[in-house]
Design a binder for this molecule. Structure first.
Ligand code: KG4
Ligand code: ZN
Length: 341
């Protein structure tokens, strides 16, 4: 079954064709990073306008790379949320119209379930349930127990910032640019992770929730110690930036891995998965590999599958379609179709 999927929940206009939920035939991502770097973050209205410009060229390229025409496609999938409403609507409207014109079933997909299914992409061997997933992105941070396909139990979630959001905000504090995750990670390579004593916020004994806002404040108070002029602005040396980046990165990933361990001790699982933008972080992967040595640990096969992409939406849609019946659409669905599905 070939599914053409569309993802526009934030600042990536993406389309992909995925066969049987696992094999990626084409995967096109038009990133808006350069646009949003100018403002140090995503401005929703700007992102939505860019989606309008990129959506059709991205779809054309996706079909062309796959050497497919519309008649080769069995179903459509689209991200229904969560995300920026003005961005989501470009994807859902596009998918609705194509579904109507081409008489193709349309499968609405929850974005985080997409991240979870990024671990199925290009993996040949069977994935065994029950399994534990840590989803870590800019907008979400959850620990999920999965007993079967689309059977999710949220064991813990962030009480304030998500890990990726903390990376982005700290990068801004250090004057490193946007998006923060990859830049902090690169800067941290030349830093000393023990240079600054930053808190590991574990919350109550037994809690599987996360909290990163206190850590962000701790970094801010370290940065303020270096402020020299009366306007409260000062230059951080490259060495201080690298040491702070490395210390911060370790404080985040050590907590993520410790919580995963706590969850794995409570639940008898066969596999442990990392998913979402922060799963691209090499230090997180390294610590998780060490912690779960001898156990099946997975993270997305390609860095492109860690951050937002449409292939993961196509995979999630395929496994959802195995469980539910999705009729051919003969009307353009209203917004309530996506909210209630
Ligand atoms: O999954 P994603 O593309 O978007 C959301 O659904 O939120 O994740 C984006 C987040 C950003 O906060 C970005 O800074 C972070 O993932 N990220 C990283 C790395 N690459 C991306 N964080 C840490 N290390 C990385 N290498
Ligand atoms: Zn995402």
């Amino acid at each position: 079954m070939k599914i053409l999927a569309i993802e526009t929940s934030c600042d990536e206009t993406a389309a992909a064709i995925v066969k049987d939920g696992r094999r990626v035939i084409s995967n096109v991502i038009a990133s808006q990073i350069d646009l949003h770097a100018k403002t140090g973050g995503v401005v929703p209205e700007v992102a939505a306008r860019e989606h309008v410009l990129k959506m059709l060229p991205v779809l054309d390229e996706c079909l062309e790379l796959a050497k497919c025409s519309w008649s080769d496609i069995d179903a459509l999938a689209v991200t229904k949320g969560p995300g920026l409403v003005s961005s989501l609507i470009i994807g859902t409207e596009t998918a609705s119209v194509i579904s109507y014109v081409k008489s193709l079933p349309l499968i609405p997909v929850q974005h985080i379930s997409g991240h979870i299914y990024s671990n199925w992409l290009d993996h040949e061997e069977d994935i065994e349930f029950p399994l534990l997933v840590l989803t870590v992105s800019g907008g979400h941070n959850e620990l999920i127990l999965m007993r079967g396909h689309h059977d999710f139990e949220v064991l813990g979630e962030t009480r304030d910032d998500a890990a990726g959001e903390a990376f982005d905000k700290v990068a801004r504090l250090l004057g490193l640019g946007y998006p923060g995750g990859p830049i902090i990670s690169k800067t941290a390579n030349s830093g000393d992770a023990s240079a600054f004593k930053l808190p590991r916020i574990m919350l109550e004994k037994d809690s599987l929730d996360f909290s990163f806002s206190g850590l962000k404040t701790a970094v801010l108070s370290e940065v303020m110690k270096f402020n020299t002029n009366e306007a409260g602005q000062g230059e951080l040396s490259e060495k201080v930036k690298a040491d702070l980046a490395a210390s911060f990165q370790d404080a985040v990933v050590e907590v993520l891995v410790a919580k995963l361990r706590r969850a794995a001790d409570k639940h008898d699982v066969r596999e442990v998965h990392l998913a979402g933008g922060v799963s691209a972080n090499l230090r997180l992967r390294e610590l998780a590999e060490r912690e779960f040595e001898g156990m099946k640990l997975r993270y997305p096969k390609s860095i492109l599958y860690c951050t937002d992409n449409a292939a993961m939406i196509g995979s999630s849609a395929y496994f959802l379609a195995q469980k539910k019946d999705f009729p051919v659409q003969n009307v353009i669905p209203s917004t309530s179709f996506f909210i209630n599905s």
